[in-house]
Design a protein around this ligand. Structure first.
Ligand SMILES: [Zn+2]
Length: 250
């Protein structure tokens, strides 16, 4: 898409993020740059997909009436949109349209993951750990519920539909996007259950992913210390990218 229009659309998306107080200033600037790349090199549908993934992370939070979340930082933008921006740059360099399919699949994984955690937390039943099958607490990475899995499937489905309508009406591509988005979010849960760092609150004794809980510093419990939710998101995005690159491009 034309550079001027790409910049205007990206600034509008940035304005929305600014109004929703979703991002810190450096994160906002980086997000606008990523958005300009995605729209200018990928086209209007890749921009629409970006908007839908962004709205997914904002709307569910309004809907679930969660307390105002922390603003997203630069590292979170890189973790969540870095891989998809890279894929669009590869599309620009190679002109291979399969990269647009991979872009949609990576974004499907992101939306699947967001919806799984934001809607899954509303599940009435206790979630189970994806690796051990033991019941656990809501809101902890690696714990899954039927509602969370369905939400994840819904997220992938929405991106698959947009790709189908806007880029390529191929049912095979649609299925690839839905499956890889869904499987990517399973990878996310497996990494969340295994290597992601977990802490324990000294006050309420709950396991948490936060460094501060009940206004106290939490203690290291398990997992790899530098692997937090951002790293897990990046790894699951990369897993979708690598899998599809190996299957469809290499
Ligand atoms: Zn606590």
């Amino acid at each position: 898409m034309n550079l001027g229009i790409s910049i205007i659309l990206s600034l509008l998306l940035g304005l929305l993020a600014y109004i929703k107080k979703a991002l810190t200033t450096p994160a906002l600037l980086l997000a606008i740059i990523f958005s300009i790349c995605i729209t200018h090199f990928g086209g209007i549908t890749t921009f629409i997909i970006l908007v839908v993934v962004f709205l997914g992370s904002v709307i569910t939070k309004l809907f679930t009436k969660k307390k105002s979340q922390e603003k997203r930082k630069t590292i979170q933008i890189i973790a969540n949109v870095g891989t998809s921006t890279l894929v669009i740059l590869l599309y620009k360099i190679t002109s291979n349209p399969t990269y647009l399919l991979i872009y949609a699949a990576v974004m499907a994984e992101s939306l699947a993951d967001t919806l799984a955690s934001d809607i899954g937390i509303l599940s009435k039943s206790e979630p189970i750990n994806i690796l051990t099958g033991k019941k656990g607490e809501k809101g902890i990475s690696g714990n899954i519920s039927i509602l969370g899995l369905l939400s994840s499937l819904l997220g992938s489905f929405v991106i698959g539909i947009i790709y189908y309508i806007g880029i390529n009406n191929s049912i095979i591509s649609f299925i690839i996007i839905v499956l890889s988005g869904f499987l990517g979010s399973i990878v996310d849960s497996i990494l969340g259950a295994s290597i992601q760092v977990k802490y324990k609150c000294p006050i309420c004794k709950k396991i948490t992913e936060k460094k501060i809980h009940c206004k106290e510093k939490t203690k290291y419990e398990r997992g790899i210390k530098w692997i937090d939710n951002n790293v897990v998101n990046l790894l699951s995005n990369l897993s979708v990218f690598l899998l599809l690159w190996l299957l469809l491009i290499r």
